[in-house]
Design a binder for this molecule. Structure first.
Ligand SMILES: Nc1ncnc2c1ncn2[C@@H]1O[C@H](COP(=O)(O)OP(=O)(O)OP(=O)(O)O)[C@@H](O)[C@H]1O
Ligand SMILES: [Mg+2]
Length: 685
């Protein structure tokens, strides 16, 4: 089916969430008998415990959801209420398709059809309990970036801006629009404002199904009321809004159409909040006047949970009460009104033509004529790069610290290895200086791990609902990084190359710089991969540092390759330090005019070093006679090539070493992409 390209005025309408008119056949989201059990290990929770298959001892099953049913239609807000741990977030996760199909029993349908997860991704949004936002962007910028991701190219920039402004007003963020989000280190917007920004970025495209986990947590009652009011308006504009909520005030209850009260994963009440007084009075516990019905209900449930029979009695009562009210009404109102709905495909198309989802006529269709991504790859790439650059430009301290460590390391190396000569000791020091410089680069790159991990959560939230492609992110991350790596490489090369007296003049310097840049590239890719693989900052950091140390141990500097134990050879070859180290060594030692051990220096590192020069000369002469060669004090005994041979550097040319380093960088970026692809499923097992 074709998506109709919208005329301009209609587009404008899209940009206002507040679209009245419910004459279209509504969407009906219904869920039946949702049941979700997890295995809980009763043994110690050490994360790397070896698990034998088919061993059930130590595992018990815990039911997080037990036969939950309900139905919400377009225009309605449904709230899930319950004490902490009652299963609210779990139910929201289940409805938002964030629990794997194998584990979740029961059915969830939209207009009677089981939802394809690709379609769900596009027509729904999920607002998490945590606010994961870029700290250094302002409220307005954050929303604008979201608009650029989620609204298609066919919506003009000015309309995107108008949509953002409308949203800022709707969310009551006008006064905070120009304030940065902030984090622990930077003052920013208030908690309530952050919450509303989080909601804003997920509803920018006006989704049909909106799930929110505790949208009001941490807010004062006025802000909470404002947030729910916004949600009610969104519902009225033609969405189904389902949220979990802790303790709604009476005013908030007044905005809600349907209520489900949970306790230990079971429904103790479901229906309109206005029926709560009747329900509890029929149960024999009338709600006293002036008491907040939701507080009363939760208190009563807590009391029941403390008794020996638990909440069973209320659970049973709810079932019979529902059945009797169905008889009174001549059938369940929810079912009778909603049985006849448009087929899903048509309903979505109709909704789109009315302005929902703000999708124009983007070619790529699938089953229900909704493209998976709002924008093509290159737009995503541009927007992502712009956002990353803006955010990092506003955190100069981070870059300054990295640059600072590189400058200090450079100065320490420069002074330690000041103007090395070509003596045997000098040659040895060159090896040390080069291997340590390269290892420093890799250690420096590991400091990127926390940033990567922090961003990863934002990335997961955004990609869960197809804000952009994972590949665009990986590419944008890599591209925006290159200028930074370039600066670090220039700094390190300039500080060390001339001061240490490395060989090769200007061409030598340029090659040195290129190798350093390649190492930064490989190191940064490696850090990205580690943070994709191990999403815990501490563990990732420690593992990263340890692995780089092993790279250094086995790169060939401490023990040459042919002297390494055979079983370590594989690690020698994957050591990222090995390749740039060998490249720079060749740059250093391939000059045939240089000599690193003259005849007179032969005894330098032995007990004979202190002998007078004439004696050494005599010794050399007799040595020459034995080997049948004329050896004088000035005969060259070890050339640079000999040193390379001793180090086992005979396999790859210097440029090949650079290319291998660059290739490692690409390889780890691809692995990083794969860790994001497979490691960020956003689903519970
Ligand atoms: N993977 C799991 N293994 C064991 N128990 C779990 C798991 N996930 C959740 N639970 C338990 O399931 C129950 C419901 O959790 P859920 O997060 O849905 O509660 P909630 O109602 O959202 O609570 P809150 O109001 O505190 O957010 C809790 O008791 C929680 O400890
Ligand atoms: Mg929760």
């Amino acid at each position: 089916m074709e998506i109709v390209e919208l005329p301009c005025e209609e587009h404008h309408q899209i940009l206002d969430v507040h679209i009245a008119g419910s004459s279209y056949p509504p969407f009906v989201l219904s869920f039946k008998n949702l049941t979700y059990d997890v295995k809980v290990s009763t043994k110690s929770g050490f994360p790397f415990r070896w698990k034998k298959p088919n061993v059930s001892s130590g595992n018990t099953t815990k039911s997080l959801l037990r036969g939950i049913s309900g139905e919400a239609k377009e225009g309605e807000t449904m709230a899930i209420l319950g004490a902490s741990g009652s299963g609210k977030s779990t139910l929201i996760d289940a409805l938002a398709n964030r629990i794997s199909k194998q584990s979740l029993k029961g059915s969830i349908t939209l207009n009677g059809e089981v939802l394809d997860s690709d379609v769900l991704k596009v027509i729904s949004a999920y607002v998490m309990q945590d606010d994961l936002l870029f700290p250094m962007l302002t409220v307005e910028e954050t929303l604008m970036f979201s608009a650029e991701f989620r609204l298609p190219r066919s919506v003009s920039k000015s309309k995107k801006k108008a949509r953002v402004q409308a949203l800022i007003d709707q969310l009551g963020l006008r006064n905070a629009a120009k304030t940065v989000i902030g984090d622990e280190g930077h003052r920013g917007v208030s908690g309530g404002e952050r919450r509303r920004v989080s909601i804003g970025i997920d509803i920018i495209h006006d989704p049909i199904l909106l799930f929110l986990d505790e949208p009001t947590s941490g807010l004062d009652s006025t802000s909470a009321f404002m947030v729910v009011k916004v949600l009610q308006r969104i519902a009225e504009s033609g969405s189904v809004v389902i949220m979990s909520i802790h303790q709604p005030s009476s005013r908030i209850l007044g905005l809600i159409d349907l209520l489900i009260i949970l306790s230990q994963g079971r429904t103790l009440y479901s229906g309109s909040p206005s029926n709560l007084p009747q329900f509890f009075s029929d149960f024999g516990h009338p709600i006293p006047n002036n008491e907040n019905p939701s507080e009363f209900a939760l208190d009563l449930i807590r009391e029941l949970e403390g008794t020996s029979s638990g909440t069973q009695i209320l659970f049973e009562f709810n079932k019979s009460w529902k059945a009797s009210s169905m008889d009174d009404n001549g059938g369940d109102d929810t079912i009778s009104n909603r049985r006849y709905t448009l087929p899903l495909k048509d309903a979505i198309a109709k909704s789109i033509s009315r302005g929902k989802l703000v999708f124009g006529g983007n070619g790529a269709n699938h089953s229900s004529s909704v493209p998976s991504f709002a924008n093509p790859f290159y737009i995503e790439l541009m927007v992502l790069s712009k956002r990353l650059l803006t955010n990092s430009r506003r955190m100069p301290a981070k870059f300054a610290v990295r640059l600072g460590t590189i400058i200090v390391t450079g100065i320490v190396l420069a002074t330690m290895f000041w103007q090395l000569d070509d003596s045997p000791a000098g040659a040895q020091e060159r090896l040390g200086c080069i291997s340590i410089s390269i290892a420093t680069i890799f250690f420096n790159c590991i400091t990127e791990v926390p940033t990567f991990i922090q961003e990863r959560y934002i990335f997961m939230r955004e990609t869960a609902y197809n804000a952009y492609r994972r590949s665009s992110y990986v590419l944008a991350r890599s591209l925006t990084h290159i200028p930074l790596l370039f600066n670090l490489s220039v700094t390190l090369s300039l500080i060390t190359f001339w001061t240490v007296g490395l060989a090769g003049g200007v061409p030598g310097f340029l090659f040195f710089f290129v190798t350093i840049l390649a190492s930064f590239w490989a190191g940064s890719s490696f850090a990205a991969f580690i943070s994709g693989l191990i999403p815990d900052v501490f563990l990732a950091f420690v593992s990263g540092i340890a692995i780089v140390s092993y790279f250094l141990f086995l790169c060939g500097f401490l023990v040459a390759r042919d002297r390494l134990p055979k079983y370590w050879l594989w690690f020698h070859y994957i050591s990222l330090v090995k390749y740039p180290y060998e490249a720079i060594l060749q740059n250093e030692f391939l000059d045939p005019t240089k000599c690193f051990v003259l005849g007179v220096q032969l005894f330098d590192q032995s007990a004979l070093a202190t002998l007078p020069a004439p004696v050494k000369s005599e010794l050399l002469k007799s040595l020459g006679r034995v080997v049948g060669r004329n050896i004088t004090s000035s005969t060259c005994l070890t050339t640079g090539k000999d040193i390379l041979k001793q180090q086992g550097i005979v396999e790859l040319s210097k440029w090949k070493c650079v290319w291998v380093t660059v290739a490692w960088g690409f390889f780890f970026r691809i692995l990083f992409y794969l860790t994001l692809l497979f490691g960020s499923k956003n689903k519970r097992k």
